[in-house]
Design a protein around this ligand. Structure first.
Ligand code: HEC
Ligand code: HEC
Ligand code: HEC
Ligand code: HEC
Length: 484
């Protein structure tokens, strides 16, 4: 999980702090709406010294990790593709290029495949088509043949993986990622490179031979023949330290983008040996606008503006694109039609090696704990999903959607864990073993096999910053207290 707790509110004051240029100077795009917006921003930094030359605004995102939209477990959640799409269309002219950092999906399951189809369709939307899409290590967990098929299906999208070298067999097609993408618009040039820092982990039969280049070699290959006037952008997956280490590469990057480390874009950009390093955050909750200006042979950061994709407080469905909503809805039904629920069950070993026995069994010896649990919301967490489906609070089958099931049942995805309400009725809801771990050995011989203490990190695996933004252990434990 991504550790840092996000701050609740943020503004984008950095644009005001930077010694930027008057924002109406020779710009890539001349959209009237943009000029209007920028005129007010320009007024705010009127005292800043002017530089000349073209500037370019990149709108960055990354590490969506399959979050097509917020789960709805708490109010006021931010993010989601439909809001992103709405915002991209409304802001057209305020940015020059759309860059997606990758890790679109969370891994290599059937569900991820179904999500990727929806995700790429949205990124390819002609109303706001992405200019570059990098691939991350999670994307590379998909079956490589399936992944290549998807990418080939979107010929208008440019997929980047600079450190991935794929050598297909002589009779095989070319691999669909490239080492860099060149973007140009009215005097502005940008070259985008990306380090996935991984190779496909599930190569299909007949897949190319994959090799991963070290950062220096990957960057050198990606920057070969680059126009000296180009702004050189490097996206780096994984811990931000990996991106920091790239500040000293040759040629010098103009912008480093760390993908997938912090939960939220930091309040201010960071500078590593003078190279700006920015982070767009994870789970598709924010977008980040970065404006760079050319100054001699160097680029300068003149705007850094992260913003949250917030929903409307008053009107459901406002501030989000209806077509994208409809696509996500179609995806939800497809997940049920494909029975992804049972395909994702029973894949992984349990953490302690035992099997799940269900809460009824536990309660047969721990009577008082059983009563307390039945009365708690955990005992009803499956029922909550069912009624959310019945009452059309969610207009789609949430009891069939693996992401929802994972936190509202016992052991879903693990061997002997939840499969379906019919096959595993005793594993519905957040049961004893959701916290205490699989209990077959303990149930068979309680004194020989102890279950041990429950780590509070157990709680925050489900009660994380999206589901329970103000989770406070002592206060919450009081509500479910049991045992000695
Ligand atoms: C497997 C996921 C999961 C784990 C682990 C988990 N919870 Fe929960 N918790 C939930 C879900 C889901 C709900 C909402 C259930 C509902 O409303 O139907 C919930 C609800 C609650 C509630 C009721 C909400 C309220 O404020 O009235 C409390 C209290 C709570 N959890 C405390 C804890 C504590 C303390 C831990 C760790 C010891 C914990 N939970 C671990 C998933 C989990
Ligand atoms: C990471 C774990 C997690 C996932 C994934 C998750 N939930 Fe929850 N859900 C929770 C927790 C924890 C709560 C209780 C929140 C609290 O009270 O703090 C909750 C509460 C709820 C509630 C009750 C909230 C209320 O206001 O009454 C509903 C309904 C719900 N979840 C539906 C869903 C649906 C639908 C999905 C899938 C789209 C989903 N959940 C995915 C953990 C999760
Ligand atoms: C939401 C998480 C959660 C759920 C669900 C839960 N427990 Fe617990 N349980 C805890 C925590 C936390 C403690 C406090 C002691 C500890 O840290 O292990 C505890 C304590 C206990 C104890 C006392 C342990 C001791 O050291 O004396 C027993 C027995 C117990 N639980 C049984 C159950 C049974 C049986 C169920 C299901 C009917 C259940 N629990 C459901 C989290 C949970
Ligand atoms: C056959 C009766 C029986 C069953 C079934 C049973 N327990 Fe226990 N459990 C005990 C006894 C007895 C102890 C006390 C062990 C001791 O102190 O030597 C205990 C202790 C515990 C403790 C205290 C911590 C520890 O490791 O000793 C927890 C937590 C616990 N049980 C949870 C569960 C859960 C969860 C289940 C269901 C998976 C379960 N128990 C099923 C009899 C049972």
């Amino acid at each position: 999980m991504h550790a840092p707790e996000p701050r609740s509110r943020r503004t984008a004051p950095f644009a005001l702090l930077l010694a930027g240029l008057p924002l109406l100077a020779a710009d890539c795009s001349q959209d009237p709406q943009r000029q209007e917006a920028e005129a007010s921003a320009a007024a705010a930094i009127a005292s800043a010294p002017a530089t000349t030359g073209p500037r370019v605004t990149l709108r960055l995102s990354g590490s969506l990790e399959g979050r097509l939209e917020p789960c709805g477990c708490a109010s006021g959640q931010i993010g989601g593709l439909a809001r992103r799409s709405f915002r991209l269309q409304g802001d057209r002219g305020r940015y020059d290029f759309l860059i997606e950092g990758g890790d679109l999906v969370g891994g290599g399951t059937v569900l991820d495949e179904l999500k990727l189809m929806t995700l790429l369709t949205v990124l390819d939307d002609r109303r706001a088509r992405y200019d570059a899409v990098a691939l991350g290590p999670r994307d590379l967990q998909l079956d490589s043949g399936v992944l290549a098929g998807f990418l080939d299906g979107f010929p208008q999208l440019a997929f980047v993986a600079s450190d991935l070298v794929a050598t297909p067999a002589p009779d095989q097609p070319a691999w669909p990622t490239r080492p860099f993408v060149d973007l140009a618009k009215e005097g502005c040039r940008v070259r985008i490179a990306s380090l996935a820092r991984a190779v496909p982990t599930n190569p299909a039969a007949g897949a190319p031979a994959f090799e991963r280049l070290e950062p220096a070699a990957a960057w050198e290959r990606a920057m070969a023949g680059v126009d000296p006037a180009s702004v050189r952008v490097l996206l780096v997956h994984g811990a931000a330290d990996a991106a920091r280490a790239c500040a000293t590469l040759t040629p010098r990057p103009d912008l480093l983008v760390a993908i997938g480390d912090t939960a939220e874009p930091p309040h201010d950009p960071e500078f590593v040996d003078g190279v700006p390093l920015v982070q767009p955050g994870v789970r598709g909750r924010h977008l980040l606008d970065v404006t760079l200006a050319r100054e001699g042979d160097r680029s300068k950061l003149v705007q850094y503006a992260p913003f949250a994709l917030e929903g409307s407080r008053t009107a459901k469905g406002a501030l989000q694109d209806a077509d994208v909503d409809a696509q996500i809805l179609a995806h939800r039904h497809e997940v049920k039609a494909e029975d992804a629920r049972s395909k994702l069950a029973n894949r992984l070993p349990t953490a302690n090696g035992a099997e799940y026995v269900g809460s009824t069994k536990c309660a047969s010896c721990h009577y008082a704990a059983g009563k307390a649990w039945e009365a708690s919301k955990h005992g009803h967490a499956w029922r909550t999903l069912e009624s959310a489906e019945e009452t059309k609070r969610y207009a789609w089958p949430v009891t069939w959607y693996p992401d929802c099931i994972a936190c509202h049942t016992v052991g879903y995805g693990e061997r002997s864990g939840f499969v379906s309400p019919e096959a595993t009725p005793d594993l519905r809801g957040v049961g004893c073993e959701s916290c205490h771990g699989a209990g077959s050995r303990h149930a068979a011989d309680p004194t020989l096999h102890r279950l041990g203490k429950v780590d509070t990190q157990r709680c925050t695996q489900c009660h994380d910053y999206e589901q329970s933004p103000d989770f406070d252990y002592p206060a919450r434990w009081k509500l479910i207290e049991h045992g000695k």
